[in-house]
Design a protein around this ligand. Sequence first.
Ligand SMILES: NC(=O)c1ccc[n+]([C@@H]2O[C@H](COP(=O)([O-])OP(=O)(O)OC[C@H]3O[C@@H](n4cnc5c(N)ncnc54)[C@H](OP(=O)(O)O)[C@@H]3O)[C@@H](O)[C@H]2O)c1
Length: 275
Amino acid sequence: MLTLNILGAGRVGQTLARLFRDFDQFKIASVYTRSAKTGQKAVDFIGAGQAISNLRELADADIWMLTVPDDEIQEVSKLLLDNRLLKPQSTVFHCSGAKSSEILQPLRDAGHFVASIHPVRSFASPQLAASDFAGTFCGVEGDTEALEILIPAFKAIGAHTFLLDTGHKLRYHAASVFASNYLVALMDVALKTYQAAGLSPEMAATLAQPLAKKTLENVFNSSTEAALTGPIKRGDFQTVEKQLADLSEWDQGSANLYQAFIEPTKEIANRGKSK
Ligand SMILES: NC(=O)c1ccc[n+]([C@@H]2O[C@H](COP(=O)([O-])OP(=O)(O)OC[C@H]3O[C@@H](n4cnc5c(N)ncnc54)[C@H](OP(=O)(O)O)[C@@H]3O)[C@@H](O)[C@H]2O)c1
């Protein structure tokens, strides 16, 4: 069985390591974190491996999973190279959504195989993520030699893998930012705007929830064009102008956001007309 070293064992590192162990994919060797306490906690959850916080104690391994925060990936991979810790033709991968395998180029130049495997989900806690990981989509890209090992292992733990274009990794991740993070920001503005109109926080949520849920349902059951309703769709541009002016009087940030959405929303309305 191939051996796996884990560098960075937070939410993602612990979850994947536990699943690789449970599904007999890799033998867990070293679990490296900066603090001995987080490393031991991770090993307890994974149920295998040796917690270490000194790079020199790293065991030999065939595969290296760099599940440190995004900004640490390059630095940690440099440490592996500088300290000559990798045996020839090792497989090294990270799980970042925004960064590609290209950030591991120095390892590739040294004759190793690199990849990125991005699970498209939120890992709130390792316990929860490990119990419902099956069915998680994972965007993969990198060297064929690395993917030939990693894709079957990820499929074995329940992932649905799909290939990503290495050159568009940042853009791919921006799409997830729109679909998730900015949706949250938009809901925050909607709730604040209801309250600025005199409604209680509870009433604001009561009104926003069915509107938002039904709209999302319509988008995915039909299309964005079919799901669009409201003043821009109807062509009520006087209302749009008045709303913009009213928001500017209350809160310029919310007015700017409202304005930024006018053109993209008109575009959807026009596409809808031409269908
Ligand atoms: N969380 C998600 O929902 C999610 C989803 C998809 C992909 N990802 C990706 O998965 C990767 C890991 O994210 P995460 O959420 O699991 O992070 P996390 O929970 O913050 O865990 C980071 C781990 O790395 C260790 N660490 C930090 N800096 C280190 C360093 N310089 N050297 C060695 N260990 C270090 C931390 O322990 P110490 O502080 O003790 O060192 C901790 O064990 C990231 O690339 C992220 O983009 C995350």
